[in-house]
Every structure is written in C-alpha cells, then in structure tokens.
Design a protein around this ligand. Structure first.
Ligand code: NAD
Length: 370
C-alpha cells in the first residue's frame, strides 16, 4: 500500500484511531478501527475477506466503524463504534486461519478492553470461539452462554419490522400482504427475511449472485427469482438490499422502480447525498444502521443476561417504532430520514452515556475497561 494512498484514505475519517498490523505468517493486513468511544468501549464485528487491494479493506474498516458508532447511538446502548477487517490475501487453510485468529486475539488483549469484537461477514461463531481461547474481548461464544450463536435471524426480524413501519408511513398500513418486496441477497439475513415476508403474505422476489441460493429460497417460499442485472429496474413496493453496500448510487437511483428501500446491508448509500437523490424521486429510505441493528441489539441483551430471548424479540421489533419516529421527524423538518437519524444519534452522542442503562451493562463495562 503506497504511503500516499494510506494517508488519502485516512484523511477524511474523523475517528479516534486505527491499528494496522501485517500478519506475516498469512500475509493478512489487519485493520482495527476505533471510531468513537463517547458512549462506551468500541464494539463491532470482525470481517474476514479477500479484497482486490488491501486499501479496500482499510476503507471498509473505517466506514464500518463509523456505522457502528451511529448504530449503537441509534439504539442508545453504551458502546462506541469499532470494526476489524482481516484482509486475507486468499482463502486460508484451517491451520492458517486458526493461527491468524489467535494472533488477532492477542492483539485484542493489547488494547486492554478498548475494543471488543464478534462475528461478521466471513467469520463464524467458531472463529469467535478460537479467539476466545486467548482473549475475553469477544461475544457470541459457545460455553459462555446457552444463547443463539447467529445474530442474523434477529437482524432479519428487525428489518421485517422496519419494512412494516415504512409501508405504514408510505401507504398508511403495516400490512405486507399483496406487497411486492424484492430481497437482494438471500444469505444469513435475506433468507430468513424472505421467509418472514412470505409468511405475512407478501409477494416476494429474490435475487442473489449465487443463482442456486436464489432458486432454493424462491422454491422454499414460492417466490420469483430476479436476475442480478434486473434488480434495480424491477417494479416493486420495497427493495430490500441484503447483500453488499453501495448498491444505491447515482447510477442505480434513476433506474429504481420501488417506493421504499429498506434492507439489511451496511452502507447502502454510496454517497451521503444519494439520500437527497432518493428524496427527489420520492423513494422512502430506511437508514441502514437503524433498520439493521437487530442482531447487535439482541446479542448485547442476551449475552449480558439483560433480557430473556422472548423479550429480546420484542425489543428487536421495536426497531419499527424507532423508524416510524425517524420518518415522522424527517417529514416535519423537511429533511431526509438519513438526516433525521443522524440528528437523533448525534443528540445521544452529545448527551453521553445514559447512567441508568450503564448499571445494566456493568459486566461488559468492567470487562471492557475504558
Ligand atoms: P451473507 O454472506 O450470509 O449473505 C449475503 C448474500 O448476498 C449471499 O447469498 C451472497 O451470495 C449474496 N451476494 C453477494 N454479492 C451479491 C451481489 N452483488 N448481488 C446479489 N447478491 C449478492 O451475509 P449476511 O449476514 O446475510 O449479511 C448481508 C448484509 O447485511 C451484509 O451487507 C452485512 O454487512 C449486513 N448486515 C448483516 C448483519 C447480520 O446479522 N448478519 C447485521 C447487520 C448488517
């Protein structure tokens, strides 16, 4: 990575700091970004991916850590924004992967609790288990709790609730029956989301870069497969991006034939002003870090023993109410939902940690010393 590129990427970022480490045995670049710790210790998943260029991994770490700051603030949970990207040069053997994760665990320890992690794209709960052999700064680990190991179904539930809230704001009813919803990416989140929608009577269209995955989910729910190239121009009530980021951009927005965008993917807008382009086209957008927070919310509540799982689901469904007030605030102020969500999160960040909530999080705060 050229020095200039590195500085250029870092220059616009307003986070606290980034730890960069080259893992020589595997040739992996480790980018651990801590964006903000106003509300509490930085907490965010660990992504493992082969990038075309390592600097793309750095960019991801920076953007995603910022997203975590706003995600925690939107929920008013006492954590800060952080994220790790393990930019591997190629798929690793099992032995290499284990070695990398153990060394990453030692790196976590060296931060003494300023940052804690969990599974993310490309990592599994088994990987977190490996890290936990050497570090306690990791959540979602077997043996620590009898809770679920995959946050994705909770994320899907939150997105489903968010879609209902968006339908209500746009069409006056939360009823999804008869609505056409296009789910792009039917993986860990998009798959269960497609099931929720279909069970509620929606007409579900599915698309995936992996044609077999799209076919399988379509068969399971009686849905229709849309080819990846046709996603943006397909007429639907809701487009739910659940695959990759930046699918909403200057090129795709003119093509879109949907009333609402509400999905799980992180960083759906390529640029912040894409929110204005959507508003100009009359498309209602559910800010990603609000609608996709269900998994992070559920895991925090479950692993801190704060709520039984049945109650956790109610809290996740509450994401719909949060979105409802964001849409209403945007309408009142004449701004976009992105601006309304950001103002809400910034108010929370300005206020700082909420003392009453803190006692409930004592365990994790004790472990993740600041
Ligand atoms: P996943 O890897 O399980 O599923 C992603 C799916 O998208 C896969 O089936 C993949 O084949 C497909 N895909 C990849 N590129 C595509 C493309 N260009 N076009 C169409 N399909 C494509 O991931 P996931 O856990 O379901 O997460 C989906 C998105 O939601 C990601 O952006 C992730 O960051 C975000 N997210 C996930 C969670 C969670 O709890 N898993 C939480 C918050 C945000």
């Amino acid at each position: 990575m050229g020095e200039r590129t590195f500085l250029d990427i870092l220059e616009p970022w307003d986070g606290l700091g980034i730890l960069v480490r080259r893992d020589h045995p595997t040739g992996t670049w480790i980018f651990l970004a801590i964006h903000d710790d106003t509300l509490g210790p930085a907490t965010g998943g660990c992504r493992m991916k082969v990038y075309e260029r390592p600097e793309d991994g750095l960019r991801d770490a920076l953007r995603l850590s910022e997203g975590m700051t706003y995600k925690w603030a939107a929920m008013d949970f006492p954590f800060g924004g952080g994220k790790t990207v393990l930019a591997i040069p190629r798929p690793l053997s099992q032995e290499e992967r284990r070695g990398l994760l153990l060394r990453f665990g030692e790196l976590l320890n060296s931060l003494g609790g300023r940052y804690g992690t969990g599974a993310d794209l490309g990592t599994t709960s088994e990987d977190m288990q490996t890290i936990a052999e050497v570090s306690e700064y990791v959540i979602g680990v077997h043996g620590r709790s009898d809770g679920p190991m995959d946050p994705s179904p909770f994320t899907a539930l939150g997105v489903f609730s968010g879609i209902r809230a968006a339908l209500e704001h746009r069409f006056g009813s939360t009823d999804v029956s008869g609505r056409r919803v296009l789910v792009q990416g039917v993986g860990a989140v998009g798959g269960p989301l497609a099931h929720y929608l279909s069970e509620a009577g929606a007409s579900v269209l599915v698309s995936d870069a992996d044609p077999e995955a799209a076919r399988r989910v379509a068969t399971e729910i009686g849905g229709v497969v849309v080819e990846p190239v046709d996603v943006y121009a397909t007429e639907c009530d809701v487009y739910a991006p659940c695959a990759i980021g930046a699918t909403v951009n200057a090129r795709t927005i003119p093509e879109l034939r949907c009333a609402i965008i509400a999905g799980a993917a992180n960083n759906q807008l390529e640029l912040l002003n894409d929110a204005d382009r959507l508003a100009e086209r009359g498309i209602l957008y559910a800010p990603d870090y609000v609608i996709n927070g269900g998994g992070a919310m559920a895991f925090t509540l479950i692993y801190q023993g704060l709520e039984p799982i049945s109650k956790v689901e109610d809290r996740v469904v509450g994401i719909g109410s949060r979105l409802r007030s964001i849409f209403e605030e945007a309408q009142r102020s004449g701004g976009s939902p992105v601006e309304a969500a950001r103002s809400h999160a910034e108010r929370i960040l300005k206020r700082g940690p909420f003392a009453a909530e803190l006692s409930a999080f004592d365990d994790i705060r004790g472990r993740f010393a600041r």
